[in-house]
Design a protein. Structure first.
Length: 108
């Protein structure tokens, strides 16, 4: 019985060690805004913001409003005011946050 308990304890410790090591290799959260490009000038009052995030379980917000994420991508429409508009896109996963800020100028 002693050897069985010892073997179980060794297997348990090895399993926990393996889980701890696997957690160290979690991919860093990344955010890539593909549209619109920073500095773009548009003549329409709405712009589509889209891009990708490295984790589909991450939460993405555009100017503080949650954007739907699917298959690593997101898309959101932003209403613009005449002149320069700052758009802030943030991806969050747990305590990890990545933010990208772009500027779009609306000239009707």
């Amino acid at each position: 019985m002693g050897k069985v308990v010892k073997s179980i304890c060794i297997l348990l410790v090895l399993s926990l060690f393996t889980l701890a090591i696997a957690g160290c290799f979690t991919q860093a959260l990344t955010l890539d805004v593909t549209q619109p490009r920073d500095g773009r000038v548009v003549d329409q009052p709405t712009v589509r913001v889209n891009g990708s995030v490295s984790d589909p379980k991450a939460t993405v917000t555009v100017n503080g409003i949650e954007a739907p994420v699917g298959d690593y991508g997101f898309e959101f429409h932003v209403d613009l005011t005449e002149g320069e508009n700052t758009i802030t896109i943030t991806a969050t996963r747990g305590s990890e946050t990545v933010t990208e800020t772009i500027t779009v100028t609306y000239t009707p």
